[in-house]
Design a protein around this ligand. Structure first.
Ligand code: PGA
Length: 295
């Protein structure tokens, strides 16, 4: 069906305003001009789109179908307009983003996809722990921050975009590996391989054990999730990590998730900026990109 966008636009106005005259006015066209476009559209479609009863016009079945498509096409064109406008500002530019160590697993992949779409931009990515992200936000350094929990002592705007479940991991030959519904109190004497003080994951775990009134003993401390996984695999203790840091280890059976009551510890990822910060077109586009991808 070879219809033109102009024909659809005229048709949409007539159908919406239920009048050739009002459509002509709103499009700054003459009424015969409108009638001509509708006639040509009906010829292309091969069916009548309107029925005239006295002074009133009604859509036929075919008219209703075309009306629904013409509205959707109109919306898509508006959306394309917005995207193109954004692109004009995003073709070159710099994005400075800081992410929590634990978020780096998905954030780097996301940034790679984003930079493929906007090839002219420069990205600077800092991967660090929660405490350091707090100071960066305090000094208004990065455009955007991805972190587990937005700070309450700073004025920030934050949007939650994805779940961040923390799970307990063990080597596959651990004696609890095949047990179900393990009670949390069983782990009160355990020594865990943990992240450093200042890590959001670490403080969330400590808070969780405190709230459940179970002791939490820290064993070896490490600043990297990768190192924690390797240590757990080597039998140096149990670990609690974000599920986003685990991929191959589960697939290849190098680690297992223990079935512990009240687990996973449910957290959420947030994209955060200082309140009132004016985002550059690149930063704005990245935030949109991330929210769309998360959906
Ligand atoms: P982190 O990140 O444990 O790597 O600091 C998670 C968070 O921000 O909560």
């Amino acid at each position: 069906m070879r219809v033109t966008l102009r024909q659809l636009e005229v048709f949409e106005a007539v159908a919406r305003l239920e009048s050739f005259t009002r459509a002509a006015e709103s499009l700054h066209l003459s009424q015969p001009g409108v009638s001509m476009q509708i006639k040509q559209l009906e010829e292309r479609v091969g069916l009548p789109l309107f029925e005239q009863m006295g002074k009133t016009i009604f859509l036929t079945d075919a008219g209703r179908e075309i009306y629904s498509y013409s509205q959707r096409i109109g919306n898509l064109l508006d959306e394309a307009d917005t995207v193109i406008e954004e692109l004009k500002g995003v073709q070159s530019g710099r994005l400075s983003i800081s992410v929590a160590t634990t978020a780096s697993h998905f954030a780097t992949r996301l940034l790679a996809a984003f930079s493929k779409r906007y090839e002219g931009i420069t990205i600077s990515l800092d991967i660090t722990n929660r405490e350091s992200l707090y100071h960066q936000l305090e000094n208004n350094q990065p455009d955007l921050v991805i972190m587990g929990q937005p700070p309450d002592s700073l004025e920030v705007e934050s949007v939650t975009f994805m779940e961040n479940p923390l799970v307990m991991i063990a080597p596959p030959d651990h004696l609890l590996a095949s047990e179900q519904r393990l009670q949390l109190t069983r782990f009160g004497e355990e020594h865990f391989v943990v992240r450093e003080a200042g890590s959001g994951t670490r403080s969330a775990i400590e808070r969780f054990f405190r709230e459940h009134e179970v002791n939490f003993h820290t064993g070896i401390e490490m600043t990297s999730n990768e190192a924690i996984k390797q240590a757990v695999e080597a039998g140096l203790g149990l670990g609690i990590v974000s599920i986003h840091t685990l991929e191959l280890e589960l697939e290849t059976g190098r680690l297992v998730i223990l079935d512990v009551e009240d687990f996973p510890i449910m957290r959420y990822w947030h994209i955060v900026q200082r309140s009132g910060k004016r985002l550059s077109p690149v930063a704005h586009a990245f935030k949109q990109f991330l929210l769309n991808e998360a959906e």
